[in-house]
Write a protein of this length. Structure first.
Length: 336
C-alpha cells in the first residue's frame, strides 16, 4: 500500500470583482448585513460571454497545478472533477478537461457532492493511489455559480454568498506511509437533501418538458434554495465531528494541527470551529472575504493560496474539512 501526497496546486478566479455594494444596486441588501453575517466583502463572477465556464476555469487551475508538480500532462493517469455547476447536464466536465488539456484517453470521473466535493474527490483519488492502480491523479474543484443565481431581492439569502472560481491539485504516489494523506472521512445525511438544493432542471420532480410548458417566471425551483439557519446549525456540529474523527483515527490532538483549511462556507462557521479547537488565526486559513463560497472550489483555492503564502510547510499537519448540500461532510488529514 502506498500513500498519496499533493505535489502541485493551482487556482484560477475570474477577473470580475463583485462587491457587496455592487449587489446592493440590484437587490435589497447591504455591505453591513453581508459582512456581519458571512464575512464576505466581495466575490468573483464570470462575465457572460467572456468564455469562462466551469471547465475552462478548472483547466486553467489544472495547468498551474501540473506545472508546479513538475510533471507532464501525459503523466496523469486519471481525472476527478468535483462541481455542482457543470457546463452540460451531461457529460460532466471530467471528459471536457481530458479533451481540453489534450491528455491521453485516461479515465475521468465527476463527483457531485457540492461543498464537500473536493474532499470527496481527494478521497477517491487517494484510494486509487493507495492500491497502486494509478500514480498521478488530477483533482479539480470548479464552480460557476453566478449564471444560476437569483439576482433579485427574492434570492438575496443565497445569492450574496456564492462566487465563481476553480482550484486543482495533483495527487501522486508517496512511498513513505508516514507522509501525505493519512486518512479521509466521508459522511452523508440525505434526510436533509432539500434544505440546500437546486431542484430543477431534474429528471425527478421537474421534467424538462414541464419546465418548457410552464415557462413560469415565478417558479423558484430553478434557483438554489437554502434553509440558512438550519444549514448553519448542522455545519458547526458536523465540521467539529469530522475533524475530531480524523484526528482520533491518527491518534492526534487538535493541538497537533498546524493548518486547518475549512470549506469557505461562512466566516462565522470558521470562527466557531477555530474557537472550539482553540486554534490561533495563523492556524486557520480563510479567504471567503475575497471569493465568497465557491463550493467545490473553495478548499483547493484556499489551500493553493495558503501554500503560495508559505503557510504549508514540509512536515506540517494540514486538515481539510467540509460540509454542505446533501447533507454531506468530510475531512482529510495530511502530513505535508
Ligand atoms: C445565510 C445566512 C448568512 C443568513 O443569516 P441569518 O442570520 O440566518 O439570516 P436569516 O436567514 O434568518 O435572515 C434574517 C433577515 O435578513 C434578511 N436577509 C436575508 N438575506 C439578506 C441579504 N442578503 N441582505 C439583507 N437582508 C437579508 C432576511 O430576509 C431576514 O429578514 P426578516 O427578519 O425581515 O425576515 C446564514 O444562515 C448562514 O450563513 N447559513 C449557513 C450558510 C452556509 O454555510 N451555506 C453553505 C453551506 S456549505
Amino acid at each position: 500500500m502506498y500513500n498519496s501526497k499533493i505535489i502541485g496546486l493551482g487556482h484560477y478566479v475570474p477577473d470580475n470583482v463583485v462587491t457587496n455594494d455592487d449587489l446592493s444596486k440590484v437587490m435589497d441588501t447591504n455591505d453591513a448585513w453581508i459582512q456581519e453575517r458571512t464575512g464576505i466583502k466581495e466575490r468573483r463572477h464570470v462575465v457572460s460571454g467572456d468564455g469562462d465556464t466551469t471547465t475552462t476555469m478548472g483547466v486553467k487551475a489544472a495547468k498551474i497545478a501540473i506545472e508546479r508538480a513538475g510533471i507532464d500532462k501525459d503523466d496523469i493517469d486519471f481525472i476527478v472533477f468535483a462541481t455542482l455547476s457543470p457546463d452540460y447536464y451531461f457529460p460532466g466536465p471530467g471528459v471536457l478537461v481530458q479533451r481540453d488539456l489534450g491528455i491521453k484517453t485516461v479515465g475521468a470521473l465527476d463527483v457531485r457532492n457540492q461543498c464537500s466535493g473536493f474532499v470527496y474527490a481527494i478521497s477517491v483519488a487517494d484510494q486509487y493511489i493507495k492500491t497502486g492502480m494509478y500514480k498521478n491523479i488530477l483533482v479539480i474543484g470548479s464552480e460557476l455559480h453566478s449564471h444560476g443565481l437569483d439576482m433579485t431581492t427574492r434570492g438575496r439569502g443565497v445569492s450574496v454568498i456564492f462566487g465563481d472560481g476553480a482550484g486543482a491539485a495533483i495527487l501522486s504516489r508517496e512511498e513513505d506511509n508516514s507522509k501525505g494523506i493519512l486518512s479521509t472521512h466521508l459522511h452523508s445525511e440525505g434526510q436533509h437533501a432539500e434544505e440546500l438544493s437546486l431542484i430543477a432542471p431534474g429528471m425527478g420532480k421537474r421534467w424538462v418538458n414541464d419546465i418548457i410548458a410552464d415557462n413560469d417566471p415565478n417558479d423558484e425551483s430553478y434557483y438554489p434554495y437554502m434553509n440558512g439557519q438550519f444549514v448553519f446549525k448542522n455545519a458547526v456540529v458536523r465540521f467539529s465531528e469530522v475533524i475530531i474523527e480524523g484526528l482520533e483515527k491518527n491518534k492526534l490532538k487538535s493541538t497537533d494541527i498546524d493548518l486547518l483549511v475549512p470549506h469557505q462556507a461562512n466566516l462565522r462557521i470558521s470562527q466557531f470551529i477555530q474557537k472550539k479547537f482553540q486554534l490561533t488565526d495563523d492556524q486557520v486559513f480563510n479567504n471567503i472575504m475575497k471569493y465568497g463560497n465557491t463550493t467545490a472550489a473553495s478548499i483547493p483555492i484556499a489551500l493553493t493560496e495558503a501554500w503560495e503564502e508559505g503557510k504549508v510547510k514540509d512536515g506540517d499537519l494540514v486538515v481539510l474539512a467540509a460540509f454542505g448540500s446533501g447533507f454531506t461532510w468530510g475531512s482529510v488529514i495530511i502530513r505535508w
